[in-house]
Design a protein around this ligand. Structure first.
Ligand code: TRP
Length: 455
């Protein structure tokens, strides 16, 4: 508690490695193992990956740098940052307000998928979801998602688990957890990747992953690829503003962002390398979509020697990845409630958890009780995913670029990104300014308009 005359230091990340682990922990998540391989499989393999990469360089990465920069300067949550940096016009705070809303919408479906992953850690260890017959693994998955009690149970468990880490604080909760988990994640991923590459179908799997098929690319596919670029780097809704507010003053922001982007990409590619060779070896289709993770993987891995061990490892990997990502999303509303209303961390987290369980249940039940309830032809689960990834994140990113590049202004950006002159990165900052002022906004607007068939 704060005493008069004594200001308590803000809870923050403490070491350079801690900053990197937490930020990478946020980026790496279900996006790498659930979305990336499935979307690449559905939309032309390497063709999709190329567009995703271009979107990352032209829009995702600049937005990431901008968010971290603004958060570190304001030392505030996603909404208050805009009020602190530009008090003249309160409406910029809308970016943060929509961001906090997005945090709940993303978590609503994300915690559900994470719930399945956690469930599969236990179920695959017990052997109950394993079979070489995809009909059996498909029925097992169907049984889980269409059971309202199980769906809600696993989602709530995950939410409470993540809330339990959040309560411990930025340093003792988030930083400590991600510092321990990230190395384990890489280790497991490399083990599975190596195992997969030893399979006879490795060449076919790799050529699928690296051979572009542009015939599948439409405006909607490009929009999806850009949405994935934002989703992957956790940008467009204030996660990186919030984490940036915990960054050290001497941290090199552009370099950290670049490293996180490259490491995250490596994880996605490794996940592809772990999955596709196995899929081809046992004669499955790569276009399985989201079902890839829960239906195809158990069936595929069950066919290879020691596969049962690797399936469990695979879902442990998923659980670890999802945890770091969920921590970073949940921290957005918690940091806001904590700072804006001076609620204790416990109270802020408790409120977030309760609200999230309510909103999340509409996603959890969208394969059972609410399966018939659709808006624009989408279940709540699909709607939250589409709305956030494809629309809210790019729009948030667009306004963030306009704010950083045009409103906050060049001289402040230069000072902030060079750590007030102590880094010799003038050239890099110049490139950043060009991207953030012109390239990213134009890219986002054009892709959105085309994706929505407006132009
Ligand atoms: N990047 C994470 C993943 O790929 C998800 C995530 C974490 C996220 N924080 C976010 C997505 C903020 C959008 C916004 O799984």
């Amino acid at each position: 508690m704060e005493k008069a005359g004594k200001v308590k230091a803000r809870d923050s990340f403490t070491t350079g490695f801690g900053v990197l682990a937490a930020t990478l922990g946020s980026a790496v998540g279900l996006g790498n193992i659930w979305k990336f391989p499935a979307l690449a499989g559905l939309n032309g393999g390497a063709a999709f990956i190329i567009i995703y990469l271009l979107s990352t360089l032209m829009a995702g990465l600049p937005v990431m740098i901008a968010e971290i920069m603004l958060g570190r300067r304001s030392r505030s949550d996603a909404l208050t940052t805009f009020r602190v940096l530009h008090p003249q016009r309160e409406s910029w705070g809308l970016i943060g307000a929509v961001g906090i809303l997005s945090a709940f919408l993303i978590l609503a479906f994300y915690t559900e998928v994470a719930g399945w992953v956690f469930a599969y850690v236990f179920k695959s260890a017990a052997g109950s979801v394993l079979s070489t017959d995809p009909k059996v693994t498909s029925a097992a998955f169907e049984k889980l998602v269409s059971d309202p009690v199980q769906s809600i149970f696993w989602q709530c468990s995950v939410i409470v688990f993540v809330g339990g880490i959040i309560v411990l604080g930025v340093n003792k909760g988030i930083e400590k957890t991600t510092k321990r988990l990230m190395p384990v994640l890489f280790l497991i991923l490399v083990m599975i990747g190596v195992r997969s590459l030893m399979l006879p179908g490795a060449a076919a799997g790799l050529s699928f992953l690296f051979h572009p098929d542009f015939s599948k690319v439409t405006g909607a596919v490009v929009m999806t690829a850009m949405g994935l670029a934002f989703f992957k780097l956790s940008v467009g809704m204030g996660t990186m503003i919030t984490y940036g507010s915990y960054f050290r003053d001497d941290q090199n922001i552009p370099l950290t962002a670049l490293r996180v982007m490259l490491a995250d990409l490596t994880v996605s590619i490794l996940a592809g390398i772990a999955i596709f060779p196995a899929v081809f070896t046992y004669g499955f289709k790569p276009e399985a979509g989201p079902a890839l993770l829960f239906i195809t993987i158990p069936a595929v891995f069950s066919q290879m020697p020691f596969g049962n061990i690797f399936v469990v490892l695979f879902f442990v990997l998923g659980a670890i990845a999802a945890t770091g990502a969920m921590l970073s999303i949940m921290e957005v509303p918690v940091a806001y409630l904590h700072q804006r209303f001076a609620f204790s961390r416990f109270k802020a987290t408790a409120m977030t958890v309760v609200l999230l369980i309510l909103i999340g249940s509409t996603a959890a039940l969208s394969n059972s009780l609410l399966a018939g309830f659709k808006i624009f032809g989408m279940t709540m689960f699909d709607l939250y995913d589409f709305l956030t990834s494809n629309l809210l994140l790019p729009l948030g990113g667009l306004f963030l670029c306009l704010f950083a590049g045009w409103v906050w202004g060049e001289s402040k950006v230069r000072a902030a990104l060079s750590n007030d002159g102590s880094l010799a990165n003038r050239f890099i900052v110049t490139i950043f300014l060009f991207l953030v002022k012109f390239v990213a906004p134009v890219t986002i607007v054009v892709i959105l308009l085309r994706g929505l068939k407006i132009i």
